[in-house]
Ligand binder design. Sequence first.
Ligand SMILES: [Zn+2]
Ligand SMILES: [Zn+2]
Length: 246
Amino acid sequence: MKIIAELHTHSNEFCDHASSSIDEEVEIAKKLGFKYFATTNHGPMSDYGTPVTFYLSNRERRYDGITFLAGIEGDMRDLKGGMDLAEVDLLSLDFVIISLHNDVLETKYPDYTEGLMNVIANPAVDCIGHIGRDQDFHLDLEKVISCVKENDKLIEFNSWSLSGYGKYDSCSHVMDLCEEYGVKCIVTSDAHDADRIGSHQPVLRMLEEKNFPEELVINADETRMADFLKRRRSEKDAALRSLFNE
Ligand SMILES: [Zn+2]
Ligand SMILES: [Zn+2]
């Protein structure tokens, strides 16, 4: 399986959370043969957030030889599924991952399932980030995964969850549920510096061990990737129009 889109990356623009610039990371991504690159800095409510204008100004960025996606790794910020960027702004971005992080959302509540299901159903959201890593937030994973299926969104398999956090059992469980429910997914590096661009091996190894169906991995095929982005853009545009008509 060959990954053709690098979809979860952090840069050092306006923050010191990562150590490379977008330009440096895109350069490496191009050298490694990626067809797509998404920049996904943490959302504005995170301790590592950047100014709102940063996410929006990325919409104008272009690079030769690779399709650049203006994205965000935003946060669910409350139990109702509120997020940390206005819906109208999220809808205008190319790739929106929403994750759970304890610098934005407290971990003391008994259940986060309903909030996350509201996030998944939100037309601005493309992908749910690293839920295999998030045992501090109690989730009914079967409900979450089947909700992702119902809304035709994506689950992220994050390589850093395996190499940095060592969450093998829970990530393996998420993967098994994705296969069982036929949920589309992506493989990501969660790179915080240019050297980690393309570091997908831990996830690819696990997928191979499981003989995971490749057709579910959206960023392992250019047509699947293009089709997904095209459908999502038209859904986001429709949601934007209805926001303005309200
Ligand atoms: Zn994260
Ligand atoms: Zn991240």
